[in-house]
Design a protein around this ligand. Sequence first.
Ligand code: R5P
Length: 328
Amino acid sequence: MDWGLKNRISRIIKPQNNRALMLAVDHGYFLGPTEKLENPKKVIAPLLKHCDSLMLTRGVQRMAVPATTETPMVLRVSGGSSIIGEDLSQEDITVSIEDAIRLNASALAMSIFVGSKYEYQTIVNLGKLVSEAERYGIPVLAVTAVGKELGKDARYLSLACRVAAEQGAHIVKTYYCDNFEKVVQSCPVPIIVAGGKKIPERDALQLTYNAIKGGAVGVDMGRNIWQSENPVAMIRAVRYIVHGNANVEQAYQLYKKLVNEKKNNPKQNQNQPNKNNPKQNQNQPNKNNPKQNQNQPNKNNPKQNKTKNQSQPKKNNSNQNNPQNVQK
Ligand code: R5P
């Protein structure tokens, strides 16, 4: 694999633990102003530092993301249909490789619609996109979209993911399903799981946990983060599972703790240190008293950074019980 391709993939799937937390905000490309994503700039700003990568369209990238960000961009380059049109599967490539390079994309994303009316067009487009992107060392994320008439079972999703990988996709995004392990086992490239429509926070954390336990490298989650009443708390809880190896209960407790902190300090921005009252900086390390840094790594004694959880997701690498991996 070429150096550039490897390097870009390593920005999306972290080599330390082979895990990925992608924040999806590309929904407008066919849904228009999706509920709670009406103003992408406002939505993205507080979440950007908590995700490993951001999946979006070029319009949103230029309009809503500061060019100074270090977060890698996964650029959606397919589109052409809308939710009120005739057939959602009728997509084509809508962004040139030159524009993707101008936007410094770390990966390109496009949907394939296996089993739908336009499957041929979308699968051929995937093959062509991989050939073009590889010339410049850019990986391709294939999104296995599901048509109305198709189910989300392991049989269908295995087929769709495998077709994507056979065309050369470097990462495949799909849905979680029963017997998800079967989908992972028959797909030769890393799988990342979409969050799907909004469900209660605990359920979304369970989905994240199950996906990783089933062999996914991570999640590409959108609505279950920014449609939550507490998006920052939610992405941090998801991150705790993906990178901190937390179980569902631990992650949900973190979510509730962050929500309570926000309620008790409504004026305090959870992401910013309070310069006037350091005691309120509960998410920041306390340099004077390391014992108080319960969500922070203890640099002096790494052994103390282990969680007590017994039922951890499958380890892809060492050091995943260490909450230091939770913070970016
Ligand atoms: C769907 O086509 C979009 O690509 C989304 O990025 C994807 O579905 C993930 O977002 P969500 O977690 O809201 O399903």
